[in-house]
Design a protein around this ligand. Structure first.
Ligand SMILES: Nc1ncnc2c1ncn2[C@@H]1O[C@H](COP(=O)(O)OP(=O)(O)O)[C@@H](O)[C@H]1O
Ligand SMILES: [Mg+2]
Length: 235
């Protein structure tokens, strides 16, 4: 199974979601092996992963960097990796790297998650850059419509997720779904990953600080909620 995080606009939460979901309790309980695949030449997962010391790498989650390949070669490599891992999470690069990887991600994935903020800027970028690519994929395979879902990100922590869901459902074409769960804006998501930590490792490191502990547990709950919803959407 292939799940990709796709958004031509940078800074919407693709890498954060890919990383956190790969190491989530829900995914680790549901899959024997999880491949976290970075296709983004910025290499932010690689930089983070290289800081992780081997001793604390959970064996179920593997990291693979796939760079500098043509779409044909990438497709072959992904097929090979699909045989190695039960689920692959693909961090697809933003627009600077061109549309080919976005199109590849949209066509090879069983689930395409599109992190998006409720901003006119992101909405414009979606219509201009992502929708035309998704429409091309749909023209070839209309069934793919079931695989495209918005994940609302940077949501105000006090906002009602039902309202956010209703908002995106209203503005999106019928072929694009929207998760019921969203990723709230939380400073923990900016801070946890120093020194290559995962959210749960960060939680262990701030155990003595009640305020940080409650914040990181909220973030963990956000991720687990999204992970559980993703499982209901996968074949
Ligand atoms: N829900 C969130 N709340 C607060 N900060 C976040 C959240 N998600 C991501 N960030 C931060 O925003 C920045 C961009 O996120 P990132 O996941 O790297 O986006 P992308 O991969 O789409 O460019 C990073 O510094 C990240 O730590
Ligand atoms: Mg990124």
């Amino acid at each position: 199974m292939i799940i990709s995080f796709l958004q031509t606009k940078g800074g919407t939460g693709k890498t954060t979601l890919a990383k956190c979901l790969a190491f989530s309790r829900t995914f680790r309980d549901s899959f024997d092996s999880i491949g976290l695949v970075e296709l983004d030449p910025q290499g932010s997962i690689q930089a983070w992963h290289s800081q992780r010391d081997n001793g604390r790498r959970p064996h179920k989650v593997g990291f693979v960097s796939l760079l500098d390949s043509s779409p044909e070669v990438l497709k072959e490599k992904l097929e090979y990796l699909s045989g190695m891992y039960q689920v692959l999470l693909l961090d697809i690069p933003g627009e600077s790297t061109g549309k080919l990887t976005t199109r590849l991600g949209a066509s090879v994935s069983d689930l395409v998650l599109i992190p998006m903020r409720t901003s006119t800027n992101d909405e414009q970028s979606f219509s201009d850059h992502i929708l035309p690519i998704l429409e091309k994929v749909l023209a070839i395979d209309p069934e793919k419509g079931k695989t495209f879902h918005i994940v609302p990100t940077f949501v105000h922590p006090q906002a009602n997720p039902e309202n956010i869901h209703a908002y995106f459902t209203e503005i999106m074409p019928d072929t694009i779904g929207c998760l019921n769960s969203c990723l709230p804006s939380r400073s923990v998501f900016e801070n946890f990953s120093r020194e290559g930590a995962t959210l749960s490792e960060y939680a262990a490191s701030v155990k003595k600080n009640a305020r940080h502990t409650s914040q990181v547990h909220r973030a963990i709950d956000d991720i687990e909620r999204i992970a559980k919803e993703i499982l209901t959407l996968t074949p």
